[in-house]
Every structure is written in C-alpha cells, then in structure tokens.
Design a protein around this ligand. Structure first.
Ligand SMILES: C[S@@+](CC[C@H](N)C(=O)[O-])C[C@H]1O[C@@H](n2cnc3c(N)ncnc32)[C@H](O)[C@@H]1O
Length: 351
C-alpha cells in the first residue's frame, strides 16, 4: 500500500502564500506516490473502444462537451469500474488521491464535533471512488492496479474481491458514505461492493429530491466532490443543502479552474454558508488531446483565468473550496480552513 499524499507537501499543493496563477506545482512531481510513467499509447490500445488519446495524439474519435472537455460519459455507465480506471489511468487522473487527506481531516473534525461517526455524501460518486479510498485506505494507484488487469475480470469476481476488502476495513468508528450520481450502473456497483452504505441515483440539476431521496440525503454531515462540479451546478448543491432542513452539512469541493465558483459561493451564502477558497492548485489530469487543451484554454480565457504555467503545460488544475455554515461553532473569517493544520501551511481566502 502506498502512503497517502500529504496536503502540506508542496509538490502536491503549494498551500499558504502562493497565488494560484503562479504556483509551481509540476504535475509530473504531483503524481501519487509510486505512480509509474505511463505509456499512453499502449494503454490506449488496451482500452480500445473507450476512445481517449493522449495530448498531442490525433483527436480522431474524441467527442467533446460544451465546455470543451472530452466527453467520457460512456465510461461512467459501465457495469463495473474497469473502463473507468483504464481510461483515466491514461490521463493520469488522480484528483481523488490529492483530495483524500483533506477529506480525511474534515471527517476527523466532524467526528470530533459530533462525537459520532459522521456521514459523508459524495456528489458524483461514480463507482464509490472517494469512499473506497477513504474507508479502505487505498490509493488511486491501488485502484488502477485493482481494475486494470488484463484480461478483464467479470463483475462478480471484482465484487467478491471488493466485498472482502471492505469487510476487512469495517470499523465501528468509521464514517458512513452516501453517494449521489446519475449513473445507475456505477451506483449499483458501489453499493454491491460495500463502498457506499446508501445512494441516491438522481439528477438534482433537473428536479427536487423525492421524499425517499431527501431522507437519504438529510443525514449528511459533510458533502464532498471530485471531478463533478461542471456536471452539476449550484442547483444540485442547494438541493442537497436544503435536504437537511436547518442543519446544513459542511462542504468541500475540488473544482476545475475552468468552472467559476462564484455562483456556488453566492448560492451557498444565501443558504447561510461561509466559503473559503483554499490556496494552491491541484493537478487533476492530463489533457486528452491537443484539441481538448485548446478548447479548455479558450474556456479559461472566457472566464478570465490565466492559464500560464498551469493549463498551458498540459494538465487541468482544480481548486478546493470549503463551505461551512456561518453559525457553526468556531467558524470565523480568519479561522484556518483546517483547524489541526500547523499555522501558515494551509490557509484560505474567504469568498
Ligand atoms: C469525472 S466523474 C468523477 C467521479 C469521481 N468523483 C472521481 O473523482 O473519480 C463525474 C461523475 O459525475 C457524475 N454526474 C454527471 N452528471 C451528474 C449529475 N447531474 N448529478 C450527479 N452526478 C453526475 C457522472 O455520472 C460521473 O460519475
């Protein structure tokens, strides 16, 4: 098992003082510990039908969404996670790995405050990826290995192995995990494996939760997401926040810089939240092709984000936004985002 990324490690995030546009976070350094150099072409061949090529490769067969990003919906809806991990491995996707120590810390804070195991709601949970990392002490490299075997394994065989893993990591003090996603196959895999305790399969961009869905959402103490904002807007976040009535859950979202967080901050502000933008940037994945990079650079320009030294170098970058109810005990404008963090290593800017 590899060690987790340390959030104070300047290779992963330059935390306190450096402006996001000047931070020197080289993605090659920011690979999860133990990541091997990837032969993109070899793996692209192994994932035939998935349709992703590395930056600089021809764009043949790639589809793009309205934001300019490559469309990967087909890997979100397979019966098991093999296509998901095989494809995202070629792109060096590792934002859940970089997010893990931050989420762990917030879970610990929630547990200390509530004196009970907290419930974590993961928006865009897919195959239960954040839950698997957090509850089974795994890394993204572990997951790439786990689901990257050739020839591919059957869904049943993968599930048997995952259930054993979850059983071995069951702790009475462990957090509960609830997932929200539009992909029924991904959610049902995550539930069957035991990565998730409960789930809601719904598109809350389009409608309010039903009573049954609200009941599953309303126990959340902490709402997290990686790689999902952009697919979901502030509409989903507001519906999730309201599902708990007056008891607002904390939130922590890793969001690509191409998606302005201001509309989220405004909506959350109206719901009684204070949002802090954690300093530093987090390399999410490589561009799938030169065309994707060009399109995302256009999107960044249209929202006034300077890509120099970051997205211009071939990687997409995310930022971490943490929102907590203004009424929560100990909250305050100058309070560090991560209470246990040594002073000065991880601060944020209040929105
Ligand atoms: C890039 S994946 C991220 C998955 C996982 N969080 C991770 O970081 O590996 C985006 C996920 O968002 C989900 N998604 C797309 N639209 C959604 C919506 N309206 N509500 C909830 N989830 C959505 C997709 O099905 C997919 O599982």
């Amino acid at each position: 098992m590899h060690s987790d990324a340390d959030p104070t490690d300047a290779h992963h995030i330059d935390a306190s003082t450096v402006d996001a546009s000047t931070v020197d976070a080289h993605p090659a350094d920011a690979q999860p510990v133990g990541a091997q150099p990837i032969d993109v072409r070899t793996i692209a061949v192994r994932t035939i039908g998935v349709g992703v090529e590395a930056a600089g490769q021809p764009d043949d067969g790639l589809r793009f969404d309205d934001t300019g990003k490559v469309a990967l919906d087909h890997i979100y809806t397979q019966p098991d996670p093999q296509a998901y991990f095989n494809t995202l491995r070629t792109l060096g996707y590792h934002i859940p790995q970089l997010a893990k120590p931050f989420f762990s810390r917030l879970i610990d804070e929630c547990r200390a405050q509530r004196r009970l195991p907290p419930t974590v709601l993961d928006i865009g949970c897919s195959y239960g990826i954040n839950a698997a990392l957090l509850r089974c002490d795994l890394t993204m490299d572990d997951l790439f290995e786990r689901y990257g075997g050739q020839p591919s394994a059957s869904r049943d065989a993968l599930l048997d192995r995952d259930r054993d893993l979850v059983r071995a990591h069951r702790r009475p003090s462990g957090a509960r995990f609830v997932g929200l996603d539009t992909s029924e196959p991904a959610i049902s895999y995550a539930l069957a494996a035991g990565f998730l305790d409960e789930a809601v399969c719904a598109d809350l961009e389009q409608r309010d939760p039903t009573e049954a869905e609200r009941a599953r959402l309303d126990g959340a103490d902490l709402v997290i997401s990686t790689g999902c904002i952009g697919y979901v807007s502030e509409r989903t976040l507001a519906r999730v926040a309201r599902a708990a009535g007056d008891r607002r859950p904390w939130m922590a979202h890793f969001v690509l810089r191409m998606f302005p967080f201001a509309p989220f901050t405004e909506t959350l502000d109206e719901l009684g939240y204070e949002t802090v933008h954690v300093d530093g940037v987090f390399p999410q994945r490589r561009f799938a092709s030169a065309q994707e990079q060009e399109q995302v650079l256009d999107t960044l320009a249209s929202v006034g984000v300077d890509p120099r030294g970051l997205e211009t170098e071939g990687w997409l970058y995310a930022q971490l936004h943490v929102s907590r109810p203004r009424s929560a005990p100990g909250r305050g404008a100058n309070r560090p985002v991560f209470g246990q963090q040594p002073a000065g290593t991880l601060t944020g800017r209040r929105a």
